[in-house]
Structures are given as C-alpha cells and as structure tokens.
Design a protein around this ligand. Structure first.
Ligand SMILES: [Mg+2]
Length: 408
C-alpha cells in the first residue's frame, strides 16, 4: 500500500522558541549559543547578515554589534518541542521524534478516519503549531521518509510541500546529491565522481548499479527515493541524548575560586551520573562561568578518550580554570556540557594513559550507582563537591537547572 509520510521541521528552531517567548524579537537578527561560545542557532535576519552556525560569539559581537546574542535556554526548547509533537499526535498515532525540532508521522489511512485530505491534515497541524505555539515550521508530505525530508526542505521557512509519487523526478533532479538525508560528504564526493550530481541522477540508476557500487543502506535510500517505503516511522520514545548540561546559580555571586571549583564539581558529578544512567561517554566537554552582569566565559576541552568519570573532569577544570576565570569578575553561575555523547561500549583507545585511570573510576561509579539505586538516594559525593553541598544546605541555591539537550 502507498504510504503517506509527514515530516515537520522547526524553522531556526532555538531562535524560533526565543521569539515565541518574546515576540518583541520578531524580525530582528538574533543568535543563540552565548553560553557555548559559538552560534548554535540564528534567525533568518542574522543569516542575511552573513552569520553562520558555529561562528564564535566574540566575532559576532565584534563584527555585528546590531545582533542580539542570547544564551541557549534548552529547558524551554525541550518544552516547545514536546508541545509541537503533541499537536502532531492529535492527528497521528505513529509519531517519530527524530530530533528536538523534527518529527515524522505516518498519516496512511488517516484521510478516511479523519474525513480530511492528507493536505488538509498537514495544513491543520502546521496552523495549530503556528497559532498555538507561535512557532514557524516547514512541512513535507511524501510516500517515504527520505522524500518527506526533501519535501519539508523544499520551501523554508514556513513551507508546505507535497511530493506525489508520479512527480518525484521534478523535485529530485533539482536536489543536489549531498542534500539527501543520509548522504554524507564522502559518499556525495564518491557519487559525483560517478557523475551523479543530483538525487534524481541517483534515483534513475538501476538497482544492479546501486548494489555493485554501494553498500546496503544506500540501496534502501535508493528505494525510498523511488517512492518505495523501506524505513518505517518509529514511534518508540527516544532516550538517547547527544549532550547533557548541568548548571547552578548561587547567591551571593562570588570570585572565590575554591567555591567555583566546588560548584563545577557538583555540575560534573550530576552530568556524569546522568551520562552513566544512559550508558554514554563524552570526550568533548565545555565549561562556562556566567558573571554577575550575565557575561559568559567558556573553556572547551577535548580528552584523549571519552569518559563519564567525574574525577577526570574535575581534574581538568582545576588545571585549566585560569583559561576562563578572569580575576576581578564576580560570577553567579557555573555550568558544564558533555557533548557528542557516544555509547560507553566504544572503548577507550588510549591503553596506557588516561584511559586506564578513567576505566578504574568508571567501575567504581558503576558500583556506587547500583548502591544509590538500592537506597534510592545519593550516598557518596566527591570531596571536591563538599563546599557546593554545604551551600545547598544553607538554602542559598536559587536554581539548579537540569537540561537534557538534543536527541542524537
Ligand atoms: Mg530545523
């Protein structure tokens, strides 16, 4: 049976959420990512100025003083994301939360159940997201997930594009091969050498060519481009995160490095505990200090081997605090982000160095986690967290944010 797959993608999503929270920002050049030190999302107005994702924040501030720079507020992005997906669930049972701002839904057969055309269903969802949440989204309808991604990307922002099976050729011949979902830069380069420039060139090849020249996943992709639905909408809830962030704001603000390190230690312990819970490790870690007047100072480290052992990170931040700590500045918040998380089955490569040490710590933490699960409370803290805990006992913590970031 011909399937009808719906794909929805938030337009400049993080900035979209900021605008939804504060409509005064609409139409202005806005970027988020201040706390990470790089642009993580930008409004279309900021894009027009030539700003790109990943650009250092200090450069944006220097070269584009008219641009509004905001720290990411991931707790609210996650809320908007869930509300957006809940609107789709009003219509479809099978909704796949593909990332924080993208989902697929299988609408097959719903035209009869809901007594509406597929286009009407898509329009209703899009309108409800815009009216109720104040978010702009782009939507695609097509017979497969790969084609639905092509469709939602066709008109952006605020687009709604339908790709009928008999009309795919027109779309695909105008879609550069590297824009197809799942084709990485290496494969794109390889295909271009074989004179395949567009998704259409690829779809027109016959199956034996695909089998002889590429591995199995590309045969599925080729089928999907030819309107054969291979990949099902997977509505299992996602539990895997690509990054974990923990932050703490304290009162009064301080410049006391011992105290700040203790706050970092608490951030690190909490983030690592969460990472262990999901059996994830990271080797890209960033720290930030936020000053009393809301300026961010960041430190990024890349470890030789990934870990979720807090001892390793506490050691690193203690060694390198000076790279973000500016004497004379008074700080109110600390935070840590573990990025590019990978399953902890990917083992440490570095056998003789930090890998072994981290491995030892990891097995201790596994035992402690079991103990804590048994008693259903925190049993053991690192000595370096002591001051931060005392502070908490005094009841002076004004917030203790826990943010789960993007899905993998
Ligand atoms: Mg998006």
């Amino acid at each position: 049976m011909q399937r009808i797959i719906f794909h929805m993608d938030g337009d400049a999503f993080f900035v979209g959420c900021e605008v939804a929270k504060n409509p005064g920002l609409r139409g202005l050049p806005v970027v988020t990512g201040e706390e990470r030190g790089i642009v993580s999302a930008l409004s279309y107005e900021a894009k027009t100025l030539g700003i790109k994702r990943g650009m250092p924040i200090f450069r944006v501030k220097k070269d584009f003083p008219c641009v509004l720079v905001l720290p990411g507020d991931y707790a609210s992005y996650t809320r908007f994301s869930q509300m957006m997906f809940d609107i789709v669930r009003r219509y479809a049972d099978d909704v796949e939360e593909y990332s924080i701002d993208e989902c697929f839904a299988d609408l097959t057969g719903l035209d009869r159940t809901l007594k509406m055309s597929y286009l009407e269903i898509a329009e209703r969802i899009k309108r409800e997201v815009t009216v109720e949440l104040g978010l702009s989204v782009s939507v695609g309808l097509a017979p497969t997930k790969v084609l639905a991604k092509v469709a939602s990307n066709w008109v952006k922002p605020n687009g709604l594009t339908v790709i009928d099976p008999e009309k795919t050729a027109g779309f695909l011949l105008k879609t550069p091969i590297e824009k197809v979902w799942g084709i990485g830069p290496r494969t794109a380069e390889y295909l271009k050498k074989k004179n395949i420039q567009t998704a259409g060139d690829f779809a027109e090849k016959d199956v034996s060519w695909v089998r002889n020249n590429l591995s199995q996943p590309y045969e599925s992709m080729w089928l999907e481009l030819n309107s054969v639905c291979v990949s099902q909408v997977d509505s299992e809830p996602k539990t895997v995160y690509s990054s974990i962030q923990k932050t703490r704001t304290f009162h009064p603000p301080t410049r006391d490095t011992t105290f700040l390190l203790s706050e970092f230690s608490k951030n690190i312990e909490d983030a690592c505990r969460k990472a262990r819970h999901y059996k994830l490790v990271s080797k890209k870690i960033s720290f930030f200090l936020k000053s009393r007047d809301f300026k961010y100072f960041t430190l990024k480290i890349v470890l030789d081997s990934p870990t979720n052992a807090p001892e390793v990170l506490v050691h690193e931040v203690r060694l390198r605090l000076g790279e973000m700590y500016k004497p004379g500045v008074i700080y109110r918040t600390t935070g840590v982000t573990l990025s590019d998380l990978v399953p902890d089955t990917v083992q440490q490569g570095d056998l003789f160095g930090s890998g072994i040490k981290a491995g030892k710590f990891e097995s201790i933490h596994r035992q402690l986690d079991l103990l804590e699960e048994k008693f259903n409370k925190r049993v053991v803290y690192l000595g370096s967290t002591h001051k931060a805990l005392n502070k908490k006992k005094l009841g002076t913590d004004s917030e203790d944010l826990d943010r789960d970031l993007l899905f993998l």
